[in-house]
Design a protein around this ligand. Structure first.
Ligand code: SME
Length: 173
């Protein structure tokens, strides 16, 4: 059984070394497995367990022109998010990482879990288009520093190398 424990993860929580270590272990965990839903599910489980002070972590996947809830850890969440709405839809519309220190000050923020205070959303690109986002919520204000953003960005090459082609339905029909 593949195991990721504090003893197999190096670097103190929140350091780039820790994010590097998690990225290496996620690469090993997903290597050779073509099923993207299984891989996203395991990635969300690992990250939710090994990142401090978060209350929700998961994926929204572009399907027919809108974001649809994918594998995640945390409380029940809204299922569909239009492009351009909320923090997640803004990440798709702009193609840029959204690091929100206080979600209550973000116009249009969609509150799924009322405990969330800050949020980090990373767009995941495939063939030049945003196919999904990784959304991380925290119950603490200003939880995500620039260093945390850089740490999660280390995971993007792995996330973008997953088998998106198997589920790619980005456009409206
Ligand atoms: N807060 C997000 C919605 C998703 S939940 O946080 C899980 C947003 O504004 O897009």
């Amino acid at each position: 059984m593949f195991e990721i424990t504090p003893s197999t993860t190096t670097g103190a929580a929140g350091t780039l070394e820790h994010y590097h270590s998690l990225t290496s272990q996620l690469t090993a965990l997903t290597a050779g497995e073509p099923d993207i839903i299984a891989n996203l599910a395991n990635i969300s489980a690992v990250l939710f367990e090994h990142i401090d002070n978060i209350n929700w972590l998961g994926f929204y996947i572009m399907k027919h022109g809108e974001l649809v809830l994918g594998p995640f850890q945390g409380k029940v969440a809204c299922v569909r998010i239009p492009v351009g709405q909320g923090v997640c839809g803004t990440a798709v519309a702009t193609g840029a990482v959204q690091r929100v220190e206080n979600v209550h000050e973000f116009a249009g923020h969609i509150a799924c879990d009322s405990a969330s205070e800050s949020e980090l959303v990373l767009p995941i690109k495939y063939q030049g288009e945003v196919v999904a986002v990784l959304d991380i919520d925290s119950p603490n204000l200003n939880r995500f520093s620039k260093l945390d953003q850089q740490g999660f960005e280390l995971m993007l090459p792995l996330l973008e190398s997953l088998n998106w082609h198997s589920i790619w339905k980005p456009h409206a029909e």
